[in-house]
Design a protein around this ligand. Sequence first.
Ligand SMILES: C[S@@+](CC[C@H](N)C(=O)[O-])C[C@H]1O[C@@H](n2cnc3c(N)ncnc32)[C@H](O)[C@@H]1O
Length: 276
Amino acid sequence: MKVTRALTETSERLAAAGCDSPGVDAELLVGHVLGLTRSEVALDVSRKLSRAEEKALERLVARREVREPLAYVLGEWGFRRLTLALDRRVLVPRPETEIVVERCLARIAGLAEPSVLDVGTGSGAIALAIADEHPRALVTAVDASAGALEVAGANVLRTGLAIELREWDLYTGLPDGPWDLVVSNPPYVSPEEIEALEPEVRDWEPREALVGVGATEAIARGALDVVREGGALVLEVASGEAARVAALLRGLGYADVTTTQDLTGRDRVVEGARAA
Ligand SMILES: C[S@@+](CC[C@H](N)C(=O)[O-])C[C@H]1O[C@@H](n2cnc3c(N)ncnc32)[C@H](O)[C@@H]1O
């Protein structure tokens, strides 16, 4: 079978399965099997797949057809400048979380060796991106999930970036600082909302990474005990929740509370500074 036919057949099967962007998925899956980028695939459409490559593609397409997230099927995913290993033990890092990192970097830009705590690190995405883009940052990343910490550990090795990983339950308070910055993309989906989400999220991503009643509040309160005066808290929030979380931070005494939009214009990041 030639690449062109592999692309068409894969795309048709994924469209029939209800996948959002079957053409892009097909290019990435075929590229993964052939060891090519998407643009290289487009330039090599008359190449012939070997039998082994056809079989490998079939296995991947069958997984994606049952709406397993593309990132798990590929086993890796891009986040800012990094390519991270991913599997079912961790949330797939989202584009809006790249904005969270942007805000963190802005907050610590002037500091020589800022101490940073990432709460609920999952794959390590936020912590590793900060360590990558502010190379002198001293980053600690915590998660309650041992499985997530294993994936984050694999990503430490994969990226060669130095961060500290610790198992920690955010509902017991936050690890002692003082931290210049506490950041979190906490679980913020309500138990009632989960069934309405797309199958990739509802059926495949870890429930404990999605649903977390009161996690945002616990982190906002906990950070007051461990962020140094003038230090910052940066939180990713659910769509439609920014005003409530901004009011929460103001009510707790945070100063300079601001909100940032994601690339689709929705308020998704709320941050504030611990007042002196
Ligand atoms: C929304 S995911 C964020 C993952 C990653 N930071 C990202 O942005 O892609 C939330 C993370 O919080 C972790 N988590 C859930 N409950 C927790 C708890 N009680 N204490 C610490 N971490 C928790 C989950 O295991 C998950 O990795």
